[in-house]
Design a protein around this ligand. Sequence first.
Ligand SMILES: [Zn+2]
Length: 418
Amino acid sequence: MSFSLNDFHRRTGTRFRLYVQSPVLEGFGEPETVWVSSPAGSLRPGPADGRMYAIRPVDKKPYDDAAMPPWIGPCHPPARGDRAGHFDHIATDDPAFASVHMFGAVRRVLDVWESYLGGPVHWHFNITHPRLEMIAHVPWDNAHFGWGFMECGEGRDDQGVERPFALNFDIIAHEAGHGMIFSIVGMPVPETLTASYRGFHESASDCVAMLSALHFDRFVDHVLRVTDGNLYVENEMNRIGELSRTRQIRKASNALKLSDVIDVATPANDVTGKQVHKLGQPHTGAVFDILVEFYLDRLVANGVTAMEKIAALREAGRCAQFETADRTLFADAFAREPEAFRTALCEARDMLGLRLAEAWRRLTPHDFIFARELDMLLTVDAEFTGTRNRQTILECFEWRGISLEAYESGDRRQYRIG
Ligand SMILES: [Zn+2]
C-alpha cells in the first residue's frame, strides 16, 4: 500500500503550487498544486509558522561566517494567504512567488520525511535559532543551508535556463535534506568527522530529494513514461540518465563504486567539495538500485508481471545481454496497465523511505563509515519484514564496494579520522 500526501492533507491542509521539474520540460510548464500538512489558515504572512519563515530582504548579501540570521534589515512585503489561508493564488510572475515556492517545497519535503519518521524533524540548530529563515533571493549563483537559514541565488538549471534556485524543487529538497540529516543523524565533532560522513551527507541529501520528488504524481508519470516502466534495464545500461532529463534520477543511476572515488581514509578536511560529492555517488547508486529492486518486487507481488520474466531480465543483466532481452515485456505491460506500474513505484518509494528514515534515525554521526549504515539498514529491514529483502540490500551495496566485512571485523579504526 502506498499513500498520497495530497489525499492525506486535502481536507485540512494548505494549498501551494510547486515546480517539481524545470518548467521548460514537457508536461512541467505549470506548477503542480499540492496540499501540505499546515492546517489551512494556520500560516502567517511570509509564509511563516512556528518552525520556519520566508522573508524578502532588501539588498542582502549571502550569509557567511561574519553574518548570521536573523536578518534584521528592511524587507519587501511578505506574501499573504487567501481568505481560507491557502497560498496557491499567488501568480508565478508575482515577486513574492519564489518565497512562497521555497516555503511550500521545504514544507512538502518535511511532510514526506516526517511521515516516514513518524514524527516532526527538530532542527539541529534550535538551541540558538528556533526557526529556519528562508530567503529566496540573494545575489549569488548558489544555494546553501546553514545554521538557522537557507538561502538561494540564481543560476542555470539542468536545461541550461537561468532561473532562481528557489523555484528548483530538486535544489531546495537537497538543501533541506542537509538540514534533516544533521537533525536526524546528528553533527560530529571535528575529531570524529570522517570523509565518509561528508560523502554520506551529500548522498543522503540527494536521496531525500529523489524520494521527495517521487511524491509528485507528474514526476512519477514522467519517470515511468521515459523508461516505458522498465527502470531495471535502463538502470543497468545506465541509460536513464540519457532518457530522463531529471537530475535526481540521472545522478542516482550512476555506475560508480567506492574504488572509483577518493579513499575514505582521507582526512575529512583534506577532501575537496567536488571529491565529497563524488564520494557520495556509490551510496546514492546503491540506494537507487534498491529502489529498482523493490519496484520489481512490487510488480511481481501485485501480479503485474511474473517472477520468471523478472528472473530472465536479471539473467540477461548478468550476461550483459540486454539488447537480446525481451524489451517488449515492460513496454507492452506498461501500455496496458500504467496505473499498476505507478502503484508499484510508489510502494517501492515508501518501502525504501521508511527503511532509510528509521536507519538514519538510529545512526551516530561520529566516526561514520558506510558499512555501519548498511548494517543499520539491514537491522531495520529485518525488523520490518524479516529476511526477504536482506540479500537484495546486501548485493546492491556490495556491488558498490560497501560490505559488512569492514564493520563486522571491528576494524573501524582504519577509517577513523584523527
Ligand atoms: Zn549538498
